[in-house]
Design a protein around this ligand. Structure first.
Ligand code: PAF
Length: 281
């Protein structure tokens, strides 16, 4: 595995792969790698000749009061994991490398972002698209891999890639879970012991809702989820819990088309998200 930190070196490596007509699978991450990331790498391996992973905690997607500084980082462990899982190039740029100057033109996400993380994390998706625009240009992947846990991110990135004709396919990999159903997340390390014990209720409540959703109105589906989660009391608040058509994030109108139930729960130090997509996707 080659570790690359500079733009020119990455571009040279990509040029050489292209010359050899090798297909590139790209796994963009913010590091603190877990099995969820490894599932992305595995999928990338199956469908491409080489796998490029980036690890970059992107400051532009964090709000001023969010956890950019304290976001978990462990470069040494990540490097071992990436190598063990057969990543060919690990790109780990510095903030100065990715953002050497203030931007001449900015990217503003405006569709699929008026709700959920788009509404509660101001500027978050602008930052995600900004860094992905840069990374897609650098890596020139044939396929890029994202986890379904970040379903709104997937929908926004898919729209962006289609709008600007990026010549790549967005591949979505199912959420990887702990044995008790908790979605794997880098932020899980910030759960206290009690919170960790109770957090699987999020997934359990969504699963139950999924089974019962047919024939129910939206308000009672959401009320049942809230009631199940309320039985555990270690969390601080439910930041959002709602249902939308997927991937448009428009209000639910057609129950025959894919619908997402999405939730965000704030614990003392960890903000966890999860979702279920019903009927497709
Ligand atoms: O999902 C993430 O880890 C980040 O939002 C991404 C896609 C790597 C962009 O910084």
């Amino acid at each position: 595995m080659k570790i690359i930190r500079e733009i020119e070196a990455l571009q040279a490596a990509v040029r050489s792969y292209k010359k050899q007509q090798q297909t590139i699978g790209f796994v963009p991450t913010m590091g603190f790698l877990h099995e969820g990331h490894m599932a992305l790498v595995k999928a990338a391996h199956m469908e491409n000749d080489v796998v490029v992973m980036s690890i970059f905690v992107n400051p532009t997607q964090f709000g001023p009061n969010e956890d950019f500084e304290s976001y978990p980082r462990d470069e040494a462990r990540d490097t071992v994991r990436a190598e063990q899982n057969g990543v060919d190039i690990l790109f780990m740029p510095s903030v100065e490398t990715m953002y050497p100057e203030s931007l001449t033109a900015t990217i503003h996400a405006q569709k699929r972002v008026s709700v959920l993380d788009g509404a509660t994390r101001e500027g978050h998706f602008d930052g995600v698209l900004t860094v992905l625009g840069k990374l897609f240009h650098l890596v020139q992947p044939d396929n890029a891999y994202f986890g379904q846990k970040d379903a709104q991110q997937v929908a926004v990135v898919q729209g962006f890639v289609a709008d600007y004709f990026f010549p790549l396919k967005i591949c979505v990999v199912p959420t990887v879970r702990e044995q008790d159903g908790l979605a794997k997340s880098s932020r899980n390390v910030y759960l206290t012991e009690q919170e960790r014990k109770e957090a699987p209720v999020i997934h359990a409540a969504l699963r139950k809702a999924r089974e019962e959703v047919k024939g129910q109105d939206k308000a009672s589906v959401l009320a049942n989820i809230r009631a199940a989660i309320d039985q555990k009391n270690s969390y601080e608040k439910i930041v959002y819990l709602d249902m939308y058509q997927y991937p448009s994030f428009e209000p639910v109108e057609d129950w025959e088309k894919p619908i997402i139930i999405a939730i965000c729960v704030q614990y003392s130090k960890a903000r966890l998200i999860d979702n279920e997509i019903i009927g497709g996707a």
